[in-house]
Design a protein around this ligand. Sequence first.
Ligand SMILES: NC(=O)c1ccc[n+]([C@@H]2O[C@H](COP(=O)([O-])OP(=O)(O)OC[C@H]3O[C@@H](n4cnc5c(N)ncnc54)[C@H](OP(=O)(O)O)[C@@H]3O)[C@@H](O)[C@H]2O)c1
Length: 250
Amino acid sequence: MIIGILGVGHLAASMLAGFLHSGLDPETILLSPRGKATDFSARYGFRLAADNYDLVERSDVVILSVRPAHAPQAVAGLPWRKEQVVVSVCAGVSLSRLEVAPARAVRAMPFTASEIAASPTVYFPDIEQARTVLDRLGPSIALGSEKDFEVATVSAAVYGWAQDLIRNTAEWSSAQGLDPAIARRLTAMTFVAAGRLIAEKSEPMDQMLEELVTPGGITERGLQVLSARGVPAAWEEACTAVLDKLTGPG
Ligand SMILES: NC(=O)c1ccc[n+]([C@@H]2O[C@H](COP(=O)([O-])OP(=O)(O)OC[C@H]3O[C@@H](n4cnc5c(N)ncnc54)[C@H](OP(=O)(O)O)[C@@H]3O)[C@@H](O)[C@H]2O)c1
């Protein structure tokens, strides 16, 4: 299977690293000749297409990874074939705006953790070729409708907020005197531990937290401060704002 990448920028760089990490032969990946493509081709041995027309002619699956505003134009007028699958990772660009018929379009939302094959990547609709490609970047999660996909896409923003919280906590810890490298590693692994335990257990989350938050203890103390400062409500508001942006006009 030849995988074409149309739009070789930041996210594509993470996905390409993930494909190499998963053992994919770089010669099975074809890059559109802009952005980081020439550099990556020289460094890792990916193939370079002459132009986007050539890329579509030679690929079985095309990953569309241009900025959302450029997506409809980038796929227009290319020689799409019936058996081809286009995986668009462009946030907020609905399937109806991608004119790739007779090829089939799939929306997906990989994170930059694709680089280490740790991206929980949501996608819709569930087409086998898309799943095969996305599974190389971490656990893929098929969704049943485009509406569900939009809601799930909010997680891509939450991923960034989690990284921001990690940075804040690590910086606060080192400002108190903790070695910055230890602060960074400890905070990052704390978030990994919190997420993994919830992902791997099936108990209700309310119950897990009840067991964790000792009355009068340190976790409760911090939650009281966060609640008094409106953090839970602000977090929900931020999620809603992202969903509105994803589903709004444009
Ligand atoms: N960054 C993330 O973590 C992330 C996460 C999830 C989803 N996404 C989605 O991924 C997409 C790409 O984001 P990004 O951060 O990687 O953007 P980016 O760094 O700006 O990369 C986009 C690349 O697309 C190229 N491009 C634009 N139009 C093209 C065309 N017609 N033909 C070939 N190449 C073209 C640009 O080339 P030039 O430099 O020559 O203009 C640029 O190299 C966005 O739609 C975003 O919603 C990003």
